[in-house]
Structure formats: structure tokens, C-alpha cells
Write a protein that binds this ligand. Structure first.
Ligand code: ZN
Length: 439
């Protein structure tokens, strides 16, 4: 049995939280998009820490109903007011430019320019994050309070970008386990300087991979570091056969903010991953939320498309769109906390621990309760009440008829998974329980 729960409990939260946060800080300045040198550089930095395979898929490759787009790169972009003063500069913040903007070099009156400027009137101090991947245009994003100050006149506009045939780049790491059945850990890497939506998921996935690399694993783990939507569609299109091996999966993002944990169920709703996540959260002793699947959000939309219907959920803290800084310049390094990253990592390890250790057992002495006392398994007299250790063993013996898994039993007994797992270990050692055939 692999002991990811022990790993979770033994984490030096300060150390591991600081380590993940330092990686978020390192990646923050890079201008990422769904293709281009920003995502390449990000993957290269991940590959310095885990043995990531970096894949390049050429522009024009047909992937189901989509086509791998042209590659986008950008070096410079600004708007100069009539006096030659730069009022918007890509060098100050990379979300100032609409992602995938076509190149432009022009002079135009403010009345014309404003059609290409995006602001947030309700959050006037924040810069919005906007993209236009699949219809060619250009644009700038800026704080509404600064936009308001622009005076009439002719503005110089320049975006030094390129949209050319190239590649879509993604990273993949497979950690082989005892079986070929897989657990998918997927995160998107396509957002520029946004910390919680994007970088927190990258840092947690990287750290999780480092921990799993030194663990004994039952499942094979597949980590994908991909551009959102087009990346998961591309992977699924190129790996249609392999996708069938994925038994459980989680989409990782928004795991660094101080909000409570939220688990979004897979399309199936009652998959083992859905139950394992709900179980861990229920016994975590703090507020949490479980939300049903909806065909919006992150790459779970693709993994849970009806042609695949994979058991992939998403474990986040505050979900996308529900925190005010979402998709704005407010999603910065102040929003992400080392302690929250560490706490999220611990939850991930506990959920994976359930998947790794779940199994079906058979009571070898099913006629009447076996006599626990003569085996030293019954608590001494006068202990008062029935302890959780004893209840764990009684439930284990009662429901281990070859049909109920440890998770089934933990749910029905309303005890933490670790209690029934520990009970199983003791009962197997006492010769009262055996793992069911074909398990
Ligand atoms: Zn996003």
C-alpha cells in the first residue's frame, strides 16, 4: 500500500508552501499564451524540476472539430498619446495586450482606438485579461481609471507580434505504477501573468509529481501541462486509444487563494474520484463545497465531453469567476498564499491516497462475528463506549463480502478512509480478511 496520506500528514507545510510559491513567482513575469515561446519557456522551467517530455504539434493539425492555430509571439506593444507619452505599455504588464493580437503599427484618433480598448468600469483600478485566439483582431486592456483620463487626439499604436505557422507546445510526464490504469493530473499553462488561475495549478502539479516520483504507486500517473481547451482537445485527439486507460482524473487550478476548497464533480457525478474527493473534504473538518459538473470551466469540459466521458473532476479553492480578481491584474502574487498552496497539496495527496488504497476484501470468518478478543483486537474492558478503531474493524468485517470497497465502507460507516484502511491492515495481519480475487 502506498502511503500518500502519511506523506500528506508529514509535509513540512512551510517549506513546501514556500517552494511552490517561489515557483509561482519565478513563472509570473513570463508572457504565456496557448502557443509560442512563453509556454515553451514555462515548460522548460518545469522540466528543470521533473522529467517532462515536451511535445510540439504543428499548426494546421486537425484535432476533432478544431485545428491547431498559428503560433503567436510578441516582443513589444504600446499606445502613445498625442504628446508621445506611453499611456499603455506591454512592458509594464503583459495582459495590457489582448492575447493573440495581430500586429499593428498605426496612428488613429481616440474615437477609433477606443473600439480596441477593454476596461472594467466596475473595477476601475484593474486591467482585464482578454484573448482572441480564433478570430484575428488586435486590442489593448487597461485600467478604466486611466482610460478615462485619455484626451482626444491622434494616438500611435504598435503591437509587434507574429502569427505564423509554428507549433502548439505541451508537456507530458508519465510515472508508471503497478498497473496500466491511469490517474490524469491536468493543468493549463496558457495564461500570462495571472497567479491563481494558472500558476498555482502549475506549481502544485509540479510539486505533486515530485512527491509521486519517490512513492510506490499502484496507478500510472499522467501529468499534462497544456494550453487550455485546445491543449486538452489536441491531447485527446492524438491519444484517443490511451485515453481509455484513464480511470480517474483531476484538473488542477485556482489552488493558491485563501478561499475554502471546492470540488467540481465529473460528468458522471458518482465516479470514484468524485466520491474520494467528497470523502476527504467531508472529513477535513472545515468548510468546503461540492458542485455538480457543468460544461463550462477548464479542461474537464473536454475530458468529460460525451465521446470520452472520463471520470475527471476539478479540485480548486475559489472556483473561476467567483473571486473578484479572476481574469484581471488583481490575480497577482498577493492573491496566492504559500500556506494555501501547501494545504491544497495536502488535500490532493489525501484524495490520491484513497484512490491508491481502495480495494475490495473478503471476510474469511463470515459466520458470526469472529472472536476479536482472543486475537488481541478487542479493546480492554472498561474502555467505555465503542471506539472508532473497533467500529472500523466491525464495519470492515461486516461489509467485506467481496462486493464493498474500502471507500464504500468508509462512506457507509461515516469514518475517515484511513480508519477502515488501518482496520483492513490489522484484520489481514490477523488472518481474518483477504483481498478479494481480481482486485
Ligand atoms: Zn482562466
Amino acid at each position: 500500500m502506498s502511503a500518500l496520506r502519511d506523506l500528506a500528514l508529514g509535509l513540512d507545510q512551510d517549506e513546501v508552501g514556500s517552494r511552490m510559491f517561489a515557483f509561482v513567482e519565478e513563472l509570473f513575469p513570463i508572457c504565456r499564451s496557448i502557443t509560442g515561446d512563453g509556454i515553451r519557456e514555462t515548460l522548460r522551467r518545469i522540466a528543470e524540476r521533473i522529467p517532462l517530455e515536451i511535445r510540439e504539434v504543428p499548426t494546421g493539425t486537425a484535432v476533432f472539430d478544431w485545428t491547431v492555430p498559428k503560433e503567436w509571439n510578441i516582443t513589444e506593444a504600446y499606445i502613445e498619446d498625442p504628446t508621445g507619452h506611453r499611456v499603455v505599455d506591454f512592458a509594464d504588464h503583459n495582459i495590457h495586450v489582448v492575447g493573440y493580437s495581430a500586429p499593428v503599427d498605426a496612428k488613429m484618433p481616440l474615437s477609433e482606438l477606443r473600439k480596441h480598448i477593454y476596461t472594467l468600469p466596475d473595477q476601475p483600478e484593474l486591467i482585464p485579461y482578454r484573448t482572441s485566439y480564433y478570430s484575428e483582431t488586435w486590442g489593448f486592456c487597461m485600467a478604466h481609471e486611466r482610460f478615462h483620463q485619455l484626451r482626444d487626439g491622434d494616438y500611435a499604436v504598435r503591437i509587434d507580434s507574429s502569427l505564423e505557422p509554428g507549433n502548439l507546445t505541451y508537456g507530458e510526464l508519465v510515472l508508471p505504477g503497478e498497473t496500466e490504469a491511469e490517474v490524469l493530473i491536468s493543468c493549463h499553462c496558457c495564461h500570462p501573468s495571472l497567479a491563481n488561475d494558472n500558476l498555482s495549478g502549475i506549481a502544485l502539479s509540479m510539486q505533486l509529481a515530485q512527491h509521486l516520483m519517490s512513492a510506490r504507486l499502484r496507478y500510472t500517473y499522467r501529468f499534462l501541462f497544456i494550453p487550455g481547451t485546445i491543449g486538452s482537445i489536441t491531447w485527446l485527439a492524438l491519444n484517443e486509444e490511451r485515453a481509455g486507460r484513464i480511470e480517474h482524473g483531476v484538473v488542477v487550478t485556482c489552488v493558491g487563494d485563501p478561499g475554502h476548497p471546492t470540488y467540481k464533480r465529473s460528468r458522471r457525478g458518482d465516479a470514484t474520484i468524485d466520491r474520494a474527493a467528497a470523502h476527504v473534504l467531508k472529513h477535513s473538518g472545515r468548510p468546503y463545497r461540492i458542485v455538480d459538473f457543468s460544461p463550462y470551466g477548464y479542461d474537464e469540459r473536454q475530458y468529460c465531453s460525451p465521446g470520452f466521458d472520463l471520470a475527471v473532476g476539478s479540485l480548486t479553492r475559489t472556483p473561476h469567476g467567483e473571486y473578484p480578481e479572476y481574469h484581471t491584474s488583481g490575480d497577482d502574487l498577493d492573491l496566492v498564499r504559500p500556506a494555501c498552496l501547501a494545504d491544497s497539496l495536502s488535500l490532493y495527496l489525501q484524495v490520491l491516497d484513497v484512490l491508491e488504497n481502495d480495494g475490495v476484501y473478503r471476510n474469511l470468518s463470515p459466520k458470526g462475528e469472529p472472536q476479536l478478543g482472543k486475537r488481541g483486537l478487542y479493546p480492554p474492558m472498561g474502555a467505555g463506549g465503542v471506539g472508532s478503531e473497533l467500529m472500523g474493524m466491525l464495519w470492515m468485517l461486516n461489509l467485506s463480502d467481496g462486493r464493498h470497497s474500502l471507500l464504500d465502507i468508509a462512506e457507509r460507516a461515516e469514518v475517515p478512509f484511513a480508519s477502515v484502511r488501518d482496520a483492513a491492515t490489522r484484520l489481514v495481519a490477523a488472518g481474518l480478511l483477504a483481498e478479494a480475487e481480481g482486485n
